[in-house]
Design a protein around this ligand. Structure first.
Ligand code: 13P
Ligand code: SF4
Length: 306
């Protein structure tokens, strides 16, 4: 505890000196969430990154999130306290691979999940997050969509929209640990509980859920008065925030193994160090940034739907 308060004090002091804002994803360690100015899902965080008037954004999340902040706010210094905090799903497709796919389906429009590199976004028409994927896909004026890189989110979208979805075989290794049999067992144990799952889960998991929501969508759902017990199918970091904000309610993780090791790389020590050294800086090259920004701006114009 002493460690935490000492580090927090130093971080807050330096944050003020640097005119920095600290943004954290809902999957970050509790201690990191606690020092952030704002905690949210991918859509919330990109909206914040676009609007902040700070000079420095300390991004407590993974690489593609810091890149999105740099795409939206190129004049700001974007720091990712551990440069190894990547997203394996985002790394499952490269820009040259996407260009090949586009040649195969010349009539299709590319929608990319925000969990992708800036170079992949630059090859896409529009991007989406779990909070607005249905609205984004419906907004596209084309019948055929190439959806990258998450096959499971893409499959979910094919059940929610009328579009023909051409899927890329990417997936989130953390959400792939959430298995349908765990939910079946927990439903027997907690018959009154609601089941919420993230759309990065496998289709046989999604089929068992009462609600399919983004991480902030789950936070909002948990605040409903009629909701007392929730079986939660997503990364464990969200459980911390759910319990902190809803002390009288019960949250049961579907799997305690659903931990994203990349999100957990960001610690208070690294946040302090990155503010002291002003690195590692994430900066997207201007030629890629401008093309990627068009895809992100189109997404931000759609807004939130889940
Ligand atoms: P959201 O918080 O946008 O729902 O996304 C989950 C995720 O996997 C981020 O990497
Ligand atoms: Fe990527 Fe999955 Fe981790 Fe999200 S939870 S950052 S999708 S690996």
């Amino acid at each position: 505890m002493e460690r935490q308060s000492e580090l927090t004090e130093k971080i807050l002091k330096l944050k003020k000196q640097r005119n920095a804002v600290i943004l954290a994803h809902n999957y970050e360690l509790g201690e990191t969430q606690d020092i952030a100015d704002f905690v949210g899902d991918s859509l919330d965080l990109s909206q914040k990154a676009a609007k902040t008037d700070a000079d420095v954004i300390v991004f407590c999340g993974v690489h593609f999130m810091a890149e999105t902040a740099s795409i939206l706010s190129p004049q700001k210094t974007v720091l990712l306290p551990d440069e190894h905090a990547g997203c394996p799903m985002a790394n499952m497709i490269t820009a040259p691979q996407l260009r090949e796919k586009k040649k195969e389906y010349p009539g299709a429009t590319v929608v990319c999940y925000v969990n992708s590199s800036a170079a992949v976004k630059a090859e896409s028409f529009i991007c989406c997050t779990s909070a607005n994927a249905v609205g984004v896909v419906e907004s596209v004026d084309a019948d055929e969509i190439i959806f990258v890189p998450d096959q499971y989110l893409g499959h979910y979208l094919s059940t929610k929209t009328s579009k023909k979805m051409i899927l890329w075989p990417g997936f989130c290794p953390t959400h792939a640990r959430i298995m349908p049999e765990y939910i079946i067992k927990l439903r027997q144990e907690y018959p009154e509980a609601k089941v919420v799952v993230h759309p990065e889960c496998r289709p046989d998991v999604i089929a068992l859920a009462d609600q399919v929501l983004s991480t902030s969508g789950m936070i909002e759902f948990a605040q409903r008065e009629d909701v007392k017990e929730v079986i939660v199918g997503t990364e464990m970091g969200l459980i911390y925030r759910l319990r902190k904000e809803n002390p009288g309610k019960k949250f049961i993780p579907v799997s305690e193994q659903a931990i994203c090791p990349n999100m957990k790389l960001i610690t208070l020590e690294k946040v302090l160090w990155s503010l002291e050294e002003m690195k590692p800086v994430i900066k997207v090259p201007e030629n890629i940034r401008l093309k990627a920004k068009a895809a992100v701006d189109r997404m931000l114009a759609v807004g939130r739907s889940a």
